[in-house]
Ligand binder design. Structure first.
Ligand code: UDP
Length: 490
């Protein structure tokens, strides 16, 4: 964001307390959001719950002059997938209140004027209410996810969630979304999932319900990506328990993609110079250097998803059968049942590797991979960060969702944005080698894939405009928010 020249737009009297759910993805999105306001003179304090900001993110805060406030002590067992339990996270509410109180009573400190609380942290609404300041929700996912999230208390009231297994294929109407399969809603509301058993009530009453009381919403998306959903959100009269008949109009600010700054820098560079570049380095990049343009399918399921050994074995056979080049990332944590008596990768892969395929068993730099000219497709779990990153780099997708918002993201990518080919699941969610091969060929080698590639290219041009132009939709959202804060405080 270029520094505003217009003094009118400066907001030196705004002090934003940003409270992310303490997981890397959420921390990153919240910091990227905060950075958008710094050029306007806004003061930002970031709650570092359980002191778990990674060194690189801490460094960003230090260099950008974002104050970091450590809250709480990391619990001994941070929970499945190393994600802190919601109950543990709620325990820092008192400390957060103390922090806000300290700012209000200090003589040389600026009182907190608004709280930007993570979509999962409903209790940040209580803190805002206590001090009479507005809470804005930061939705780390897209507008369509927010639409489903805000409708969840209504669906619970109608008994549509929790979804019983036989109802999974039935459709439900959610304002802002096309008719939606009930089975594609969050695992938190699927009666068959263990997650639902322990988390359903918390999800609906302590995350979704308080989100309805917020003054407004930041969305990790840009207007041109989901225009009809965002328009609908803006006009829909959501109600909440305390609204007493009136349906307040709320504001929605699409300010994404809130991805790692390097993606945005590359977009800016391309706008300025019409070129992109990749640093040489790791072996997987050197291997990519030797592959033809747009020929490699990059396969990576993000940081949390894990697959059975049998499924990874089948996937590998499918990649081989597709006759497409591939870069397959399978880290130890990507494997769910490492004990099963089956080799992870087929025997044939030994000879195969480094010729038409490369298997990487460690984390890759996804920016480097997606920016490499040899990469022509991305088989993804539809995590929202990976999706946005792929759009920024103009890489078309193969969609294979597993959990959380991924099923709804898959529907959006395949049916609405038309930037992905779907990998279809068979019985019990298993994907056969034939299906992997079919989907890979369709995207990479057949005419059907051309339309998908063209749509991603168009979307990439839109994101460039939204992010890089001075009157782009992202900058407008940022300034509209600041203008709204000014009016509400008058
Ligand atoms: N990522 C990466 N290298 C890897 C795997 C993942 O850099 O080998 C990054 C990826 O660029 C993205 C994040 O990890 O920023 C994954 O986020 P996403 O929302 O896609 O999925 P999640 O891990 O939350 O399921």
């Amino acid at each position: 964001v270029a520094a505003p020249v217009d003094v009118e737009k400066c907001s030196n009297d705004v002090h934003m307390l940003v409270v992310p759910y303490p997981a890397r993805g959420h921390n990153l999105v919240c910091i990227q959001l905060a950075r958008k306001f710094l050029p306007y003179g806004v003061r930002v304090t970031l709650a570092n719950i359980f002191d778990n900001l990674s060194p690189d993110l801490l460094h960003v805060c230090q260099t950008e002059n974002i104050t970091v406030a450590n809250l709480g002590v990391c619990p001994a067992d941070p929970g499945p997938g190393n994600l802190p339990f919601m109950g543990d996270v709620e325990s820092v509410q008192g400390e957060t209140e103390q922090l806000v109180a300290n700012f209000a009573s200090g003589t040389d400190s600026l009182p907190v004027t608004c709280i930007v609380g993570d979509i999962l942290l409903g209790w940040t609404q209580n803190v805002a209410d206590k001090f009479g300041i507005p809470r804005y929700v930061i939705c780390t996912s897209r507008a369509g996810f927010l639409a489903a999230f805000l409708h969840m208390p209504t669906l619970a009231g109608q008994g549509i969630v929790p979804v019983q297994p036989p109802e999974a294929s039935e459709l439900v109407d959610i304002p802002g979304l096309p008719p939606t399969r009930r089975g594609d809603l969050s695992p938190a509301v699927q009666a068959s999932s263990l997650f639902c058993k322990y988390f359903f009530a918390q999800y609906v009453h302590r995350c979704c319900q308080p989100a309805l009381e917020a003054a407004g919403y930041f969305i990790n998306s840009f207007y041109e990506l989901e225009p009809s959903c965002i328009d609908l959100l803006r006009s829909f009269p959501y109600e909440h328990e305390n609204s007493k008949g009136s349906s307040p109009v709320r504001s929605f600010f699409p300010v994404g993609p809130l991805v790692h700054d390097e993606y945005l820098q590359l977009l800016r560079l391309e706008v300025a110079e019409g070129s992109s570049f990749v640093e040489p380095g790791a072996p997987y990049l050197r291997w990519l250097d030797r592959q033809p343009t747009d020929s490699v399918l990059y396969v990576n399921f993000g940081s949390i998803v894990s697959l059975s050994k049998r499924q990874i074995h089948e996937l590998a056979l499918g990649l081989e059968a597709s006759k497409q080049r591939f870069l397959l990332v399978v880290r130890p944590s990507t494997v769910k049942d490492s004990d099963e008596d089956l080799p992870l990768l087929p025997e044939s892969f030994k000879a195969h590797t480094l010729e038409t395929g490369f298997v990487q068993s460690q984390w890759v730099n996804q920016l480097d991979v997606l920016s490499h000219p040899a990469v022509g497709g991305f088989l993804t779990h539809c995590g929202w960060n990976s999706t946005l990153e792929s759009i920024c780099r103009g890489v078309p997708l193969l969609a294979w969702p597993f959990q959380a918002d991924q099923m709804l993201n898959c529907r959006f990518l395949v049916d609405e944005a038309k930037t992905a080919v779907e990998v279809r699941k068979g019985e019990n969610g298993f994907v056969s080698r034939e299906e992997v091969a079919r989907a890979a060929r369709e995207l990479m080698a057949e005419p059907e894939g051309d339309a998908v590639k063209e749509n991603v290219r168009k979307l990439r041009e839109k994101v460039k405009k939204a992010v890089c132009e001075a009157d782009g939709s992202v900058q407008k959202s940022v300034e509209n928010f600041l203008a709204e804060l000014k009016t509400s405080r008058r």
